[in-house]
Design a protein around this ligand. Sequence first.
Ligand code: GLU
Length: 301
Amino acid sequence: MSGHRGAGRYAPSPTGELHLGNLRTAVLAWLFARAGDRRFLLRIEDLDTGRVRLGMADQQTADLAALGLDFDPPTLTQSARTEVYAAALATLAGRTFECFCTRREIAEAASAPHGAVPRYPGTCRDLTPAQRAERRRARAPALRLRADGAQQTISDLLHGTVTGTVDDIVVRRNDGVAAYHLAVVVDDGDTGVDQVVRGDDLLPSAMSQAYLARLLGYPVATYAHVPLALNPGGRRLAKRDGAVTLADLVAQGRTPVQVLGLIAGSLGLPPAATVAELLPVFDPARLPREPWVVHPASVTS
Ligand code: GLU
């Protein structure tokens, strides 16, 4: 499936319309991939069924196409890959443990900086068989990776060499569905993704995902965790911040090419009629390292 060339990818969750920050990350992922003569793949990350919205994957795909991003096959849809994930989980037998904690219990037991994903505090790591049997009566367990405090180093095109402690990440949710981390790693591995470009909110997950990739026999990718878009209040950009989706901006009279120009400008690149025109001027070393603060007023003027 992987072919000879490596690949990059953009992997949106179809939970809402893509906003300017998401679109900018997609443009960057395309530029990084194509500048390295890589294939570029789309992946629909729809395992979080409670948040997935009907028709949103098509809408997102249309928005990406309107900006001129082209994708190579295959496009994976995670909800169709249950058996592939089950096979990967089976190979992890002996390296996982059952965890009965709720999100809230973990947040209370772990001390995490405000807003950060708390590290797993180890609550269920060493339960006895009797304790597990007892807890199973009240709640179905998730499966967590037994990482044993391993260290993992990744190479990031913007952040350099980053080393961190691997967390005991969830690999199977307590509803039996493959967890996000497992699906990402298996999908990237199966499609020959050797370059992962995504928002820098996911940098802390990269060490755990790279470790999991190695356990599953996949090569570790190179990463580029790119700055997020923020609203003027310094919070992560969201739809409620104003006209921030392609549809909003088009409704206000902008063309997709103008929106591409806005994104190019935010990257320190000149306006261009197509993403391909940005390729010769794209220089990862000169990318802004700070978040992009979007002022919807200036966007909408
Ligand atoms: N689906 C994730 C998101 O929309 C991205 C995961 C990834 O790029 O690894 O935030």
